[in-house]
Design a protein around this ligand. Sequence first.
Ligand code: NAP
Length: 358
Amino acid sequence: MASSASSHRVAVIGASGYGGLQTLRLLQDHPSFRVTFLGGERSSGKRWSELTPFLPLPDDPVVRVPEPDAIAAAADFAVLSLPSGLASQLVPGLLERGVRVVDLSADYRYGRLERWQEVYVSEALQMPRSDADLCAEAVYGLPEWHGDRIAAARLVAAPGCFPTASLLGLLPFLKQGLVDVGGIVIDAKTGTSGGGRAAKEHLLLAEAAEAVAPYGVVGHRHTSEIEQIASQVAGQQIQLQFTPHLMPMVRGLLATVYCRLRDPGLTADDCSTVLHSAYRHSPCVEVLPVGTYPSTKWVRHTNRALLSVQADGRTGQLIVMGVVDNLIKGQAGQGVQCLNLMAGLPVTSGLPLLPFYP
Ligand SMILES: NC(=O)c1ccc[n+]([C@@H]2O[C@H](COP(=O)([O-])OP(=O)(O)OC[C@H]3O[C@@H](n4cnc5c(N)ncnc54)[C@H](OP(=O)(O)O)[C@@H]3O)[C@@H](O)[C@H]2O)c1
């Protein structure tokens, strides 16, 4: 694989999946990271070119079973892009061997192991865990809010795609106490790649094309993740309503957050100023002018989140809209953004911020 004495060595585990593929693509163009280990299960033992002829890698590596010793011998950092529960089987061994980890799954997104076990019940039954200490140690990898802690972390839990778009819009208003913490509603839409690359009936073209449908209404797993971070920032317990919808598109995610303004006299311009101020030093977040509403197409293949806000003086509602590419700012790009911070690099290093349109 690519060689350079000055670059950081990265293992990508789950390389053949959607998150793994985006991570590899981003790291191929990155000036300071090089990929030195590819991990997978079904793909292990295969040459990369057999699996993925459209994304050639230097020296055409073989995908390997992800054993901590082998990963630690090859890499300083590991990006884990695995189905729920599997990262927790690898992470303790990697940290013991000095490998710093960015996990793209939910395994370390909850500060308490018990909370993960409540939300991810089926995985918890199949994969018993006793790494409560690591759940407490892991840093939630939303760089715009936890940048300093990410930079110093051994273990970063990158947020889910829905939480990324929802929290970026909501948190500035919670932090300043500008909205009621009760009655928050998030209505979100995602493309089918949000379900990963493994075959699933509801993601077949014949099922998902020319259709829009809600799913996970009441109790979607990302609800608890959004509530956890929103509660931390608000300084009080928050319960909110979150409803995702599957859209007939491959990638992209829109989250529209509705909440009640404490001061119904606040205008859209006032609220836009709140967002501008929160993200004035965040190159991966852009706030659109009031009255301009974001499209998922404006962020495709980029690590940028676009936010826009409206205030309805008639109803006293604040409406915050956020779009991300679920596979980039919602997953692999955010992972690379965290790697940049951990390695002391500029936060946007190697990350695309402009789309090819349309
Ligand atoms: N898709 C999104 O929009 C999105 C956004 C944010 C976060 N996430 C999270 O990111 C993680 C990865 O999602 P994804 O959509 O990229 O999934 P995916 O496309 O289904 O890929 C999963 C990868 O895991 C590997 N894998 C499965 N079982 C394994 C095992 N026992 N040992 C080693 N490797 C194994 C697979 O490789 P083999 O086929 O070789 O086994 C595959 O490369 C998930 O936890 C997901 O919730 C996804």
